[in-house]
Design a protein around this ligand. Structure first.
Ligand code: UDP
Length: 349
């Protein structure tokens, strides 16, 4: 099949592109490189079944043509990351809502199935453990820009389901919980690459609040299997599915694990939310998915334990670094990866 991935140069999109190519499919990526990176897909350039367009999905002439040529669309292009959302709410809302409108419009024109990636943020402040797809949603007030992300993704979900109901377009919604792995950048606030980067550089590991808030982190390799499975299943259309791990860890414990895995001497420091984000920032204490729906449909469940993902992130960030000199310590695992990693500073030494 020929798949179009919007946001295909992003963290999850680039892994999905690789997965689909490995499965023998043809892949076209459209990405404006706003939060995605060319480096994420540069290695795919020249692959006979891979094409890309560096453009925004709001360019409907380009999007129309790409949709007319594909068999299905994975819609991943979105403004993501709590930090970005708090800093640039206008951009977040406009990108997420207008982008999804454009994708659904062209998909309906050519009757192309769409998978929309949504987020566990839509569960808002709900205190239920675990979150099920049909739970009620409680968001904070509109004066707190954090909630603009959840609200914009909810509009995306409503719109996708409306296209399915009213126009018979096959649309499936995947609500992604915290997804982690190589290529995720800490620039927009994501905790795992931030902690691993801080640990490698010997900087303080910044735990926000008291560190007792918890998350379930799912490896991106498991997530892309779920997305491909949902797209390929005839009974998925018109439905919402949680995709995530059920293995819960506190942020404080995450910081400790990162320290251990990187053999870092970084201190763990506690930063009040007001300083970390904006005054009045509201964080979620727990966020655990109920994954029985996707399990029942596909038999899918996460397979990669968090520690293994942390090692993958560590090795990737190490390769990404400007040079060995930028790290404060010379942990033993570095020696083990010599000759395997491309690490310019180390080679110079
Ligand atoms: N967090 C932290 N230090 C950081 C970045 C994030 O303690 O440097 C916390 C954040 O407050 C949240 C958790 O880690 O409680 C997960 O944050 P992330 O932004 O990765 O995901 P989300 O908040 O969307 O679950």
């Amino acid at each position: 099949m020929h798949f179009l991935i919007t946001g295909g140069a992003g963290f999850i999109g680039s892994h999905l592109a690789e997965h689909l190519l490995t499965e023998g499919h043809q892949v076209t990526v459209i990405d404006d490189l706003s939060t995605g990176r060319w480096e994420n897909i540069a290695h795919l350039r020249g692959h006979p079944r891979f094409r890309f367009a560096i453009d925004t999905i709001l360019n409907e002439i380009v999007l129309d043509r790409l949709a007319s040529e594909c068999d299905a669309i994975f819609h991943l292009a979105a403004a993501v990351g709590v930090d970005l959302i708090v800093r640039r709410p206008t951009y977040t809302i406009e990108t997420n809502v207008a982008g999804t409108e454009a994708v659904l419009r062209v998909a309906a024109r050519y009757r192309v199935p769409v998978l929309i990636t949504s987020t566990s943020e839509v569960y808002g402040k709900g205190a239920r453990v675990p979150f099920s797809e049909d739970d009620d949603v409680v968001l904070g007030p509109t004066c707190r820009s954090r909630w603009s992300y959840a609200a914009s993704k909810m509009v995306d979900e409503f719109l996708g389901l409306a296209y399915h109901r009213e126009r018979g377009l096959p649309v499936v919604i995947a609500r992604l919980f915290n997804t982690v792995g190589p290529r995720q950048t800490g620039r927009y606030g994501m905790v795992v690459p931030r902690f691993v980067g801080q640990a490698l550089r010997g900087e303080p590991i910044t735990v926000y609040g008291d560190g007792q808030q918890s998350r379930c982190f799912c490896d991106v390799a498991d997530v892309v299997r779920a997305l491909a499975g949902l797209m390929g299943h005839p009974e998925a259309a018109g439905r919402v599915f949680n995709v995530g791990s059920t293995d819960e860890v506190t942020i404080e414990e995450l910081a400790r694990r990162v320290k251990r895995i990187t053999e870092s001497r970084s201190p763990i420091v506690y930063v009040p939310y007001d300083e970390a984000y904006a005054p009045g920032f509201e964080d979620m204490r727990r966020r655990v998915p109920d994954i029985s729906r996707i399990q029942a449909l596909l038999g899918w469940q996460p397979t990669i334990p968090l520690d293994e993902t942390l090692v993958r992130v560590r090795d990737w960030l190490a390769r990404e670094s400007e040079g060995y000199e930028s790290f404060s310590s010379f942990p033993s695992w570095v020696k083990r990866t010599q000759g395997v990693c491309h690490w310019p500073g180390l080679r110079r030494a």
